[in-house]
Design a protein around this ligand. Structure first.
Ligand SMILES: NC(=O)c1ccc[n+]([C@@H]2O[C@H](COP(=O)([O-])OP(=O)(O)OC[C@H]3O[C@@H](n4cnc5c(N)ncnc54)[C@H](O)[C@@H]3O)[C@@H](O)[C@H]2O)c1
Length: 327
């Protein structure tokens, strides 16, 4: 059985769908603080808070668990700057609850949702995994601390792990079953599309004075279904006896905030109201991935690399679900 923490959330729910297609038995651990019951398309759902160490242990002692895919976390860079204590507890301490339960019950495979935020402000792009890691916000540091812990759980307890450093997840299930429904929404693509249907009055673009061609931040957008597939490939690699380690997941193409606005306007066929706002603390100007290692060692090849395709899948879901999972 595969434990999927945060399986009711955005990337977790898409990964659950991919695992179900492979007939993997699944138990989702999610407190539904950010996730949605209806986003869990199958398997068991245990509504627990990973902060409850005893509840976590009880599940590991009860179920025949083979592997853990760990999505559950707090994910907002600006919130992490405002309230680091909450972030270290949710993202580091709660992960240790899982790892202790795994050691106790001899579960050996762990796949971790890490982030491009581990790099901080990169010295060169595209960023490869051996680039120096120097996070510039607590969120990125929580991810790096878990990666470091995983190496030592490997050395000392034989735990085998894959840390997947996602760049900017975007898009929605191409079949239209799942989408992105964060409350409040902090991600650019769904915000633009929600503005297009009148659910958001105007989208703030944070900073237009970065040293980039149009002054706005550049990011690497990767389709959520491609991320989901990478988790299945990581599981296969661990089962084959692969070494695991750290892998970037991005498309290797950088798009400025303004060019994402242009793509969204192309997809929806009308202008979208935006306004320039001050820079946010903790935002590096450019983040673009080299995912060569994932291609080489996991056999990962994104199927939905085109930005307009990514935005179109998100648009299809938002048009059908203007109230998200409340529809
Ligand atoms: N979305 C991105 O672009 C992105 C980029 C890089 C890394 N990540 C990482 O990927 C993971 C998933 O991101 P997402 O966008 O799907 O987030 P999400 O908020 O949609 O999903 C997180 C899920 O975890 C659950 N959760 C949170 N705290 C919990 C707790 N204490 N106990 C049990 N469940 C809890 C939430 O209810 C939610 O369902 C996170 O670890 C995030 O840091 C996301």
């Amino acid at each position: 059985m595969i434990v999927v923490t945060g399986g009711a959330g955005y990337i977790g729910s898409h990964t659950v769908k991919s695992l179900l297609a492979r007939r993997e038995p699944i138990v989702v651990l999610d407190d539904l603080s950010e996730g949605h019951r209806d986003a869990v398309l199958g398997g068991k759902l245990e509504t627990i808070d990973l902060g409850d160490r005893e509840a976590v242990r009880e599940i590991f002692h009860r179920e025949p668990i083979e592997a853990v895919i760990h999505f559950a976390a707090l994910c907002s860079v600006p919130d992490s700057v405002r309230d680091p204590d909450r972030y270290f507890r949710a993202n580091v301490e709660n992960t240790l609850h899982l790892l202790s339960a795994m050691v106790e019950t001899h579960v050996r495979f762990f796949i971790f949702s890490s982030s491009a935020a581990t790099y901080g402000t990169p010295e060169r792009t595209p960023i490869a995994e051996d680039h120096r890691c120097a996070p510039i916000n607590p969120y990125g540091l929580t991810k790096l601390q878990v990666e470091d812990a995983l190496r030592w759980y490997g050395e000392s307890h034989g735990l085998r792990s894959v840390s997947l450093r996602y760049f900017n997840a975007a898009g929605a299930d191409p079949d239209g079953d799942l989408g992105e429904d964060h409350r409040p929404e902090g991600h650019l693509v769904p915000l633009l599309l929600r503005a297009a249907i009148g659910r958001v009055p105007r989208v703030s673009l944070f900073g237009d004075d970065y040293v980039t061609p149009d002054g706005t931040c550049i990011r690497d957008y990767v389709h959520v279904t491609d991320l989901a597939d990478a988790h299945c490939l990581a599981l296969d690699a661990l089962r084959r006896g692969g070494d695991g380690g750290v892998f970037n997941l991005g498309n290797g193409a950088g798009y400025s905030v303004r060019s994402v606005v242009a793509a969204a306007e192309r997809v929806v066929g009308k202008p979208i109201p935006t306004q320039i706002a001050p820079r946010r603390p903790g935002d590096p100007p450019v983040l673009v991935a080299s995912s060569d290692r994932a291609a080489r060692e996991l056999g990962w090849k994104p199927k939905f690399a085109d930005l307009d395709v990514i935005v179109s899948t998100a648009w299809n879901w938002i048009r059908e679900h203007p109230d998200g999972y409340d529809n």
